[in-house]
Design a protein around this ligand. Structure first.
Ligand code: SAH
Length: 222
């Protein structure tokens, strides 16, 4: 049976979604793979019902607990940067939140490991991911500054909340053979999206653009 809620109607219909894809193209997202993934994953099921009709607007939206689902452009851009040099088999995400970015990644890479510090958000994300039958995702309730050492190294790491500085553990857990870390860095007002590429013991940094994320916080919430 088709799940009509996943398919979407009205403000969540295919046509509405297609307009979002066109906007992403206009904003400079070129990767067909990324555009297809964003086209396929229904953003509206990652929001509470009262906000679902706004899912395909080009804006960040609240998901509770003072957190937000990132703007579609940012999700697409970070994913495109992460995948720019080819396919990735293992990716770590810090900040599962709604699970939307996790879902987009899961449709593009071998396996996604995603950590979240707020348990109720993680539980909701888990339900949504299983509803979409995305089975190549593992979730963990933990403070993301520690990464996921047992599963390292990762070909890619994506951080969806902003620390002041790069957590050392994340650098350690990047694959020495070209592992890529995409991370917003800075305080609450000004942040830059930064790409860090590891080759052996060398870490090359490239500043991409100004962004605004919620802060990376420490400790966990049950
Ligand atoms: N990728 C998410 C974005 C959510 S906002 C989405 O698509 O919806 C950022 C998320 O990072 C929040 O859920 C927040 O609780 C989480 N976060 C912040 N600091 C964290 C930390 N130290 N460890 C793990 N998760 C963290």
């Amino acid at each position: 049976m088709r799940d009509f809620e996943i398919d979407g109607i009205g403000m969540t219909s295919r046509r509405t979604r297609e307009r979002m894809i066109q906007r992403l193209v206009d904003q400079g997202i070129h990767s067909t793979k990324v555009l297809d993934a964003v086209r396929t994953i229904p953003r509206h099921i990652f929001l509470d019902e009262a906000l679902a009709h706004r899912a395909y607007e080009d804006t960040a939206l609240p998901i509770g607990h003072n957190q937000t689902l990132s703007q579609p452009y940012i999700v697409a851009r970070m994913t495109e940067v992460l995948l720019a040099l080819g396919e990735l088999s293992k990716v770590l995400e810090i900040g599962t939140g709604s699970g939307y970015q996790t879902a987009v990644l899961a449709s593009l890479v071998g396996k996604v490991y995603s950590v979240e510090r707020i348990r109720p958000l993680q539980e909701k994300a888990r339900q949504r991911l299983s509803r979409l039958s995305l089975n190549n995702v593992r979730l963990r309730h933990t403070d993301g500054v520690m990464g996921w050492p047992e599963e390292s190294p990762f070909d890619g790491i994506i951080v969806t909340a902003a620390p002041g500085d790069v957590p050392q553990e994340l650098l350690n857990q990047l694959s020495p053979e070209g592992g890529r870390l995409v991370i917003p860095l800075g305080g609450s007002e000004v942040q830059n999206l930064v790409l860090i590429t590891r080759k052996g013991d060398e870490y090359q940094r490239k500043v991409l653009e100004a962004v605004r994320f919620v802060p990376l916080l420490t400790g966990v919430i049950r």
